[in-house]
Write a protein that binds this ligand. Structure first.
Ligand code: GLU
Length: 273
């Protein structure tokens, strides 16, 4: 075998809270798929949010993964240590004319969300008010400015998901010009994720179905940055008996809480199978 292909998956939790059953359900799928392929599972600490990320959650997440028997290949990668890498990619996008500065305030953006959203966690569809017209396109880097990806009008992103089948998302309906660089000097989740998948040599991304629209945006970034293609496998979200997403009931279903209540690893795994 000299094809050089080896499966590389990843776990990418954000240390903004304790891991809960929803994470475990996705992580178990990631673990099973990496094992079945005889590949590796890497761990990425998505700690780019300076206000919400906490070291205690990173420690708790490592402890929970070990307790659950979800093994990963060290070293752990922390996004907060890699801002230089993301910045290089951002400058490449800027020079190539894929992004533009946006002066909209949080208030402006909130107003753009006219109707209550199906998934309130997702970025609102931007109405394009800061989009450059004709020659006014500036390619220089202005400090303390948000930058958005200019999604071509009429763009439809299609991909075949390993679990959920054929997917199709349309610009202006499912997503708009999305954030790439933030005025606090940090990349958006979309940019950091795409740069990391490439740099870590990830071959398949396993994550929750709440991120399907993010995948559409990330495919546009991958294309713009000329990065290698990645496979996607989105897992269905766990819901309670009323159909509400489990992830929303964070604390009650945190692995730490379940452990403190005396549940064993087997008990916890039985809750997601
Ligand atoms: N860090 C994200 C989260 O915890 C997951 C990102 C991903 O898997 O791409 O929701």
């Amino acid at each position: 075998m000299s094809s050089g292909y080896r499966y590389r998956g990843r776990l990418a939790p954000s240390p903004t809270g304790f891991l809960h059953l929803g994470h475990v359900s996705t992580f178990r799928v990631a673990q099973t798929r990496a094992e079945a392929a005889g590949g590796l599972l890497l761990l990425r600490n998505e700690d780019l949010d300076p206000l919400r990320s906490k070291v205690e959650f990173v420690e708790a997440m490592m402890e929970d993964l070990a307790w659950l028997g979800i093994e990963w290949e060290p070293p752990m990668v922390s996004q907060s240590q890699r801002v230089g890498l993301y910045r290089v990619a951002f400058e490449q996008l800027l020079e190539a004319g894929f992004v533009y500065p946006c002066r909209c305030s949080r208030k402006d953006l909130a107003r753009m969300m006219h109707a209550p959203h199906e998934d309130a966690d997702d970025e609102p569809v931007y109405d394009g008010r800061c989009r450059p017209s004709g020659e006014s396109f500036s390619r220089s880097l202005v400090p303390e400015m948000n930058y958005r990806f200019l999604v071509p009008d009429g763009e439809v992103v299609r991909f075949a998901d390993g679990n959920m089948g054929a997917q199709s998302f349309s610009a202006g309906v499912d997503f708009g010009d999305f954030l790439v660089w933030r005025k606090d000097g940090l990349p958006s989740y979309q940019l950091a994720c795409v740069v990391d998948e490439a740099e870590m040599g990830i071959t398949e991304v396993v994550r929750g179905a709440d991120l399907l629209k993010s995948t559409a945006r990330q495919l546009l970034l991958q294309r713009a940055l000329d990065l290698p293609a990645v496979e996607y496998f989105h897992t269905r979200l766990m819901v309670d008996e009323h159909g509400a997403r489990l992830a929303k009931r964070h604390d009650a279903l945190a692995i730490q809480t379940l452990r403190q209540q005396g549940l064993s690893r087997e008990d916890v795994l039985a809750m997601i199978d």
